[in-house]
Design a protein around this ligand. Structure first.
Ligand SMILES: Cc1cc2nc3c(=O)[nH]c(=O)nc-3n(C[C@H](O)[C@H](O)[C@H](O)COP(=O)(O)OP(=O)(O)OC[C@H]3O[C@@H](n4cnc5c(N)ncnc54)[C@H](O)[C@@H]3O)c2cc1C
Length: 503
């Protein structure tokens, strides 16, 4: 079958997530002819599910709220929260311009949540409110990018081809000169470009690839991202000789619930997750491991502390245990992004058996959760003594509202989850992909999660430091590609070869 030729462009961008869209917008605004390819039927990538929290210092919005902040202070926080393990060069390059990205979103009509800029307690907290999110979370970011992209498409500056999975690179000598792809119906396509930008996101939905990068013992981590994140760009670049980091960092997201209908995946957190941050909900329950033992003070205010404690538990699993009186008194344990988990809904969920198990005794509950019954009974007894004494000698929990005393008893299993890729392609200051000898692979660039989040967050989560670098460095790359365009994409010399992704 002959491939359908999509054309010759200054830049061919693989992936229409936050990173790829920003490259496309700035490159096209700067005069480049741009092709965007995405294997999904719609643009947006992870923005469809992400919280879309972006961070930036020195913004107009901070000034309007009387908040003094600078990129230097933001960068100091990034290095503090990442334990000095973020890539200073790339992280600073992004951070210094992230405030401008936030102002740009505002100029595009971004629908800020009125509570922003704010401090976010789901990860370790910045020293200054410099995190922003939209009323529709990640989809608010997508809404403004889509609007701007559509203008450029209408102006003929950008072509978007959806439902095309890029599966190979066209090489002209040692230079990447285009890509091959397959449509959902099996049809083949080819497109040529002066620059090929891998903005194809992470690998977390590809268990084989993810477990290659996770430290040993973390294989049970749930997948908490969309299933497009299969690491195609990383694999393709590796086929071309690219160097890939392998730092072995992993820190999980807590509170996600295994999806009974999709083994290995978490229930979409927009539907349900367990609220573990005491800043957002007073904990009334206990958390135990498979031995029935508590492993952390459930009211710890440090997300990193509880996440690292969970990493040490067998199967990365924790079981939340409570009773009827707690269910009636406490704020709903389960939350989601839209805030529709009321106490009544929570009580009815306790009975439905979807994710929560109920039992007439602690031992029976333990059996149903797969937890050691003797261990759990002893833990509940000691916890109830701690509540009565107002003092938790084992873990130092200070919030001890009520004992777990009377049936029915309830339990819910939550497993540590991975939602973004920690490792990725190594790039130089121009975002050119580096080969294993440290030299740029001509014609090949990368931006966004395909670089791995370690670059911007080290071994931790740092607020907004995935979406915002994807956008900020994506915009810089787009401007640079427009400025450097040579027309080579339109004038290939011939002698082309194709390097395909392995099946
Ligand atoms: C639940 C959740 C919440 C999050 N919240 C935040 C947050 O609040 N703040 C933050 O900073 N980060 C957050 N993140 C992470 C952040 O959303 C992502 O790291 C970021 O959006 C990635 O952008 P990207 O453009 O690099 O990749 P993506 O958005 O993943 O886009 C990649 C695109 O490439 C396409 N693609 C992949 N392979 C191919 C191929 N072979 N051919 C063609 N197309 C291909 C995909 O279909 C996809 O559309 C969150 C992630 C999740 C899962």
């Amino acid at each position: 079958m002959t491939a359908d030729e999509l054309g010759r462009f200054d830049a061919v961008i693989v992936g229409a997530g936050a990173g790829g869209l920003c490259v496309a917008i700035e490159a096209a605004a700067g005069g480049a002819r741009v092709l965007v390819l995405d294997k999904r039927p719609e643009i947006g990538g992870m923005l469809h599910v992400a919280n879309g929290e972006v961070s930036g210092a020195g913004t107009r919005r901070q000034a309007a709220h009387g908040i003094a902040d600078t990129p230097e202070e933001h960068f100091a926080d990034v290095m503090r929260l990442s334990h000095g393990k973020a890539d200073e060069r790339l992280a600073w390059r992004s951070v210094r311009a992230q405030g401008e990205t936030v102002d740009w979103l505002e100029s595009l009509g971004f629908d800020f949540d009125p509570a922003t800029p704010g401090l976010v307690h789901g990860h370790e907290v910045y020293s200054t409110p410099r995190t922003y999110w939209g009323v529709e979370l990640g989809r608010s970011v997508l809404a403004v990018l889509r609007r701007r992209l559509d203008e450029l498409v209408r102006a003929g500056a950008v072509t978007v081809a959806l439902g095309v999975r890029v599966d190979g690179a066209v090489l002209e000598g040692g230079r990447v000169a285009g890509v091959t792809g397959a449509r959902a119906d099996g049809g083949e396509v080819v497109a040529y470009g002066d620059a090929v930008v891998l903005a194809s996101g992470g690998y977390d939905a590809n268990l084989h690839l993810r477990n290659r990068f996770l430290p040993p013992g973390c294989e049970d981590a749930l997948i908490a991202c969309l299933d497009h994140a299969t690491g195609d760009g990383l694999t393709l670049a590796e086929e071309l000789g690219a160097d890939v980091s392998g730092d072995g960092h992993f820190i999980p997201v807590m509170g996600l619930i295994p999806d009974p209908g999709r083994p290995g995946f978490a229930v979409d957190y927009r539907e349900a997750f367990v609220e573990v941050a005491p800043a957002y909900r007073t904990p009334h329950e206990i958390w135990v491991n498979r031995d029935g033992e508590r492993f952390v003070a459930e009211d710890t205010t440090s997300p990193e502390h509880r996440e690292r404690r969970l990493l040490r538990q067998p199967g990365l699993a924790m079981h939340v245990v409570w009773d009827r009186a707690i269910a009636e008194a406490a704020e709903p344990l389960i939350r989601n992004g839209t805030g529709d988990w009321t106490r009544e809904r929570m009580l009815s969920e306790c009975e439905s058996g979807r994710w929560i198990v109920a039992a007439g005794s602690i031992e029976e509950l333990a059996g149903r959760l797969g937890v050691d019954p003797g261990g759990l009974a002893a833990t509940v007894r000691r916890y109830n003594e701690a509540v009565a004494a107002g003092h938790d000698p084992e873990h130092g929990r200070t919030v001890l509202p009520a004992p777990i005393a009377a049936p029915p008893f309830y339990g819910l299993t939550s497993v540590a989850a991975s939602l973004l890729s920690r490792d990725g392609l190594r790039v130089d200051g121009d975002l050119a992909v580096l080969d294993r000898a440290g030299a740029p692979i001509p014609g090949l660039y990368a931006v966004g999660e395909v670089l791995g989040n370690n670059v911007f967050a080290g071994d931790n989560y740092v607020g907004g430091m995935s979406v915002t670098p994807a956008m900020t460095l994506g915009r810089e790359l787009g401007r640079a590609l427009a400025a450097r365009r040579t027309g080579r994409g339109a004038a290939l010399a011939g002698g082309l070869t194709v390097r395909r992704l392995p099946e």
